[in-house]
Design a protein around this ligand. Structure first.
Ligand SMILES: NC(=O)c1ccc[n+]([C@@H]2O[C@H](COP(=O)([O-])OP(=O)(O)OC[C@H]3O[C@@H](n4cnc5c(N)ncnc54)[C@H](O)[C@@H]3O)[C@@H](O)[C@H]2O)c1
Length: 265
């Protein structure tokens, strides 16, 4: 056995810079919080400027390093600006968390081609563009990197009617994760995914009153959870910290399911 680092060193992300897309709230903020706590310089890249700035303030108030850049993950130029901004601000880019995504409930029979394109643009094309832009920087830096893609249990099994195109985007993202893991392994860039089950976030209706459709889905979903609770963003934040750290030194092309056992039921 070859133990090189102490437990404390394994989870120490000081000197590393992480971009978290959609990090202003929900799961993304849960991830940004744990990475910042572990010492990383966190760049929150999100559409929502107001909530993004509040999120950064919450991290800065704890004396952790974080900045915000307004970014639409569907826009190639804004993605390039975000990765450049990370390097300009902190001098390095080491971790990319592709978390931003949307999950509108639209049955295929009612879906327009524009809806279809928007879901694929926000959930899948965005990850290709961000991976390319950050990957180029990481390869040039020559010190490896970590890419974490937030998929869903829907990347493996449908959770609800009305999410067919969402499911297609997340199945696609899982395939993309495995193949980019192969492509980037020679550069010591590890690419893994986290597949959350039901997590309480603004998107699923916490904070603001949930839509009746979302409320019905959550109620049905709750009955299927063996652990009998909905997940919290920190349940995902902790696993993201594991994948971003040296604890996950020999993992690439994996998907960790974090769902309270839902896929078993
Ligand atoms: N919440 C769940 O139960 C759950 C389950 C499985 C997977 N997921 C996945 O986790 C991710 C986050 O989900 P959440 O529930 O935290 O969502 P959320 O809606 O609560 O938050 C999403 C964040 O992403 C940002 N965002 C949305 N579109 C963007 C865009 N085009 N560019 C930049 N930022 C954008 C929003 O401003 C927001 O800050 C998504 O990819 C989602 O598919 C969520």
């Amino acid at each position: 056995m070859n133990i090189k680092l102490s437990l404390q060193q394994l989870v120490n992300l000081s000197g590393k810079t992480a971009i978290v897309t959609g990090g202003a709230m929900g799961i993304g903020f849960g991830i940004a919080y744990r990475l910042a706590e572990a010492g990383a310089n966190v760049v929150i890249a999100d559409l929502n400027e107001e909530v993004g700035n509040t999120a950064v303030k919450e991290l800065n108030d704890r004396s952790w390093k974080a900045v915000f850049i307004k970014t639409d993950v569907a826009d190639e130029k804004q993605i390039k600006d975000a990765t450049d901004f990370a390097v300009k601000t902190y001098g390095t880019l080491d971790i990319l968390v592709n978390n931003a995504g949307i999950y509108p409930i639209i049955p295929v029979m009612q879906m327009t081609p524009a809806d279809f394109e928007k879901i694929l643009a926000d959930n899948l094309k965005s990850v290709y563009l961000f991976t390319k832009s950050a990957g180029e920087i990481m390869i040039k830096q020559g010190k490896g990197g970590k890419i974490i893609n937030i998929t869903s249990i829907d990347a493996l099994h449908p959770s609800s009617v009305g999410l067919a195109v969402y499911d297609a985007s997340k199945h696609g993202l899982w395939g993309f994760t495995k193949n980019t893991a192969l492509e980037l392994a020679p550069h010591n860039i590890q690419v893994n995914a986290i597949a959350p089950g039901g997590i309480t976030t603004p998107g699923t209706g916490s904070g603001t009153p949930p839509t009746p459709e979302m409320e019905a889905i959550l109620k049905k979903f709750m009955e299927k959870i063996p652990m009998k609770r909905i997940g919290d963003p920190d349940d995902i934040g902790k696993v993201a910290l594991f994948l971003a750290s040296d604890l996950a030194s020999y993992m690439t092309g994996s998907q960790i399911v974090v769902d309270g056992g839902v896929l078993l039921s």
